[in-house]
Structures are given as structure tokens and as C-alpha cells.
Write a protein that binds this ligand. Structure first.
Ligand SMILES: Nc1ncnc2c1ncn2[C@@H]1O[C@H](COP(=O)(O)OP(=O)(O)OP(=O)(O)O)[C@@H](O)[C@H]1O
Ligand SMILES: [Mg+2]
Length: 386
């Protein structure tokens, strides 16, 4: 047993809550306490973790105060005051992933540049900071996607206009509000895939199986494994992910979102350096979950086996419906429907379009797992039979 130490997690949403869940087994040692920096006292991680303080991840003062009480600092999201994180590193704080890694993923333009700079495939793209660049970008491709370079998530900073006129209108409005944009062609991909790497400070890493993902309005809905990708495509996803993890020099998790194109080429859409929605199935379907491997990686402990312990698994997100129904109200019906389904609810107030939980079903066959997971999600929305 070593001396007591504190792992600080900046952010206290559902990802923090699931990080805490992974630590309860004492796999990171009983002497290690996890402490959260939360914006509000009712956040998902705060509901379950004994150690937390209130503060804003965008406040240099709050981050600095928080880090003083921690031996290692990590993150459940990337919307943080990077200057403060850099200053903490200079003062000797152990920050994992580093400020440099966070800076790359916090900005879609920087991310594309870094991935491309590492010799990895990306979609065609350009940076747009003024009206001339906007007109030029819109003229380049038959239809375009506009993305806020900073601050978007769950598709909230992604715009898919139906015409060049609409693209110009939306783009001008965003530029006037001070945004910098990433503009790229609308891509008719064959599939979307994602893959997660856990990497220790020395560079040792483990890689999860690639998954196939479905997004609705830019927001993740369903994750399937096995991905159904051809073996050569899956192998390419692994290669790209390991190379991206080395390029970003990540410590902790790197999630890589990919578009699979006609003919099996893959391009990197984006990166995240934290637990990722496309890895939630790993809690129930893998030997070691992404959350546990994030903890192990940032604490420089031996990594756990990422392999599947079932033939197939499907994760479906529980997303707040338009009526604002709370899935907790339908929990008994959902539990009764499929006793083998793994239901995770995050303790968040129900609101339309909000991620409130997820359901994972492990099965012998992926279509069966999907049908059952969707049925349980329908039950949580009050649409299922009791
Ligand atoms: N160029 C494109 N062509 C077609 N679809 C796209 C394109 N870019 C993004 N999308 C769709 O929008 C989704 C969200 O885009 P992206 O991942 O870039 O944004 P985000 O809001 O940062 O997402 P996240 O929730 O992963 O942070 C993608 O998963 C994909 O389904
Ligand atoms: Mg994305």
C-alpha cells in the first residue's frame, strides 16, 4: 500500500459518475480518493461520490485551488481554462492528459491540423474566419457542413445546410458572433466507427475493438460491436487510433471517431481525450471498462484487458423525449422486460434531447442485442409493454 493520494477529476457529469463507479472496486488502491470539481451540487458524479468541491472548469482560480488538493488531475470534458492548466503544469502539477493534448481536442481546426500533420487521413476541410473564406469554402463542394471550431458537442455546433444560400446565411451569422468555423464537404459515408485507446505515461497502450455508431442529428444513439467492418478496415481503424494516440501523446483515453468511406478507406472525424459515449458498452461487455482503464492510465497502473467477454453487445442511449418524461418513472417496466439488460441512469433531470442514461445488452448475436436494447429503451420512455 502506498501513501494516500487524490485523483482530481475536472467535471462531474455522467462520465465522472461512471469513473467513480469504476473506482469503487478499489482497483486503483484503497489509498486513492477521487475528488470532483463540479459546477453544481446536483450533478451526476456528486450524487454518488463522497469527495467534491464546487467550481467552474473555465475559472483559473477554481482550477488552481482544486489542483492544489490533488496529486493527479484528469478531466471528464475538454471545456477548461487551458491557460490555467498550462500554468499548473509549469508549477509542477501532474495533469493527465496534458494541456497540449487538451488544446488539440478543444478546437476542431487544431484537431484536424494535428491529425493531418501526423500523416493520418482526414476529410477535406478548411478553416473559415471571415466572409471571403466562407464564400470560397462554400464554392468548393456541392454541399457543406459547418462546424463551430470550439464549444460544440452532441452535434450542437454542427450545421448541415440544404443549399449554398443557407450555408452562407448560417456561416455569416456564426462569424458575426465571433466564431471560427471548420467547413468541410457533406460526406456520404458507408458507416461511422469509433475506437478507444488507453495509454499510460510511458506510451504503453491497449485498444478496444472498433464499434459501429449511429448518430441522429449529430448525437450518438446506438453503438454496436462487433462493428461488422471488414477485417482490413477494422485493422486500419486500430492502426490509425494507435498512431493518433501517439501523435497527441495522450495519457488516459483517446477516442477516435471515424467515417468509413466507399471502398473501405477511413478518415478521422474527431478525437476526444476522455471516456467517450461510444465506449459505454465496455462497462458490461468488456473485461475492463474504458472508465477503469482511464483511471489506471492516468495513475500509471498496469492497463486492463480491453477484450469483449461476450460475442456481441449493443448500447443505446436514453435521450430525453419531447414531453420531458423521466425514464425513472418507467424503470420497473424496463427491468421486467429484459432481466439481462444493463440499465444505467445518470440521475439527471429529464429534458428533451438530454442524455439521461444508456442501456447495454450483451448477446450471442448483434441484431438480437440491438432489438433487445431498443425495446428496453422504449420501455424507459413509457412505450414498452410492462
Ligand atoms: N462532413 C460530414 N458529413 C456528413 N456527416 C457529418 C459530417 N461531419 C459530421 N457529421 C455527422 O455529425 C455528427 C457530429 O459531428 P462531430 O462529431 O464533428 O460533432 P460534435 O458535435 O463535436 O460531436 P460529438 O458529440 O462527438 O462531440 C457526426 O458523428 C456525423 O454523424
Ligand atoms: Mg463527434
Amino acid at each position: 500500500m502506498g501513501a494516500s493520494r487524490t485523483l482530481g477529476v475536472v467535471g462531474a457529469g455522467q462520465l465522472g459518475r461512471m469513473l467513480h463507479q469504476a473506482a469503487v472496486s478499489h482497483v486503483i488502491g484503497p489509498e486513492t480518493t477521487i475528488r470532483f470539481l463540479a459546477e453544481h451540487p446536483d450533478e451526476p458524479a456528486v450524487q454518488v461520490a463522497p469527495s467534491w468541491e464546487i467550481g467552474a472548469a473555465m475559472s483559473a482560480d477554481d482550477l488552481t485551488r482544486f489542483a492544489k488538493g490533488c496529486d493527479v488531475v484528469t478531466f471528464e470534458h475538454e471545456v477548461v481554462d487551458l491557460q490555467a492548466i498550462r500554468a499548473l503544469e509549469r508549477a509542477g502539477a501532474v495533469v493527465r492528459p496534458s494541456a497540449a493534448a487538451l488544446a488539440i481536442v478543444a478546437d476542431k481546426v487544431a484537431m484536424r491540423r494535428a491529425v493531418q500533420g501526423a500523416g493520418l487521413p482526414v476529410p477535406p476541410w478548411c478553416q473559415v474566419a471571415d466572409a471571403d473564406q466562407l464564400d470560397d469554402a462554400i464554392g468548393r463542394w456541392p454541399s457543406v457542413v459547418l462546424k463551430l471550431s470550439r464549444g460544440g458537442y452532441d452535434g450542437r455546433g454542427v450545421f448541415m445546410p440544404d443549399s449554398a444560400d443557407e450555408a452562407a446565411r448560417i456561416g455569416r451569422t456564426l462569424l458575426q458572433a465571433g466564431a471560427v468555423l471548420l467547413v468541410e464537404p457533406r460526406i456520404a459515408f458507408e458507416a461511422e466507427a469509433a475506437i478507444i485507446v488507453a495509454r499510460r505515461p510511458g506510451g504503453q497502450c491497449v485498444v478496444y475493438d472498433p464499434v459501429r455508431t449511429e448518430q441522429v442529428d449529430g448525437q450518438c444513439r446506438e453503438v454496436r460491436v462487433p462493428s461488422g467492418l471488414a477485417p482490413a478496415v477494422a485493422a486500419r481503424c486500430r492502426e490509425v487510433a494507435i498512431a493518433a494516440a501517439a501523435a497527441v501523446d495522450v495519457v488516459g483515453l483517446l477516442a477516435v471517431e471515424l467515417f468509413v468511406l466507399d471502398g473501405g478507406n477511413v478518415v478521422v472525424n474527431e478525437l476526444a481525450v476522455r471516456p467517450h459515449n461510444t465506449g459505454h458498452h465496455t462497462i458490461d461487455a468488456c473485461v475492463t471498462s474504458q472508465f477503469e482503464n482511464h483511471l489506471r492510465a492516468v495513475l500509471d497502473l498496469p492497463l486492463g484487458d480491453p477484450s469483449l467477454r461476450c460475442d456481441a453487445a449493443v448500447m443505446v442511449n436514453v435521450i430525453g423525449n419531447a414531453a420531458g418524461d423521466d425514464p425513472v418513472d418507467h424503470l420497473e417496466a424496463a427491468l421486467a422486460l429484459d432481466p439481462a439488460a444493463r440499465i444505467h441512469l445518470y440521475g439527471k433531470r429529464a429534458r428533451p434531447d438530454r442524455k439521461l442514461g444508456h442501456v447495454t445488452v450483451c448477446a450471442d448475436e448483434v441484431d438480437d442485442a440491438a432489438a433487445r436494447a431498443w425495446a428496453v429503451v422504449a420501455a424507459l420512455h413509457g412505450d414498452g409493454r410492462p
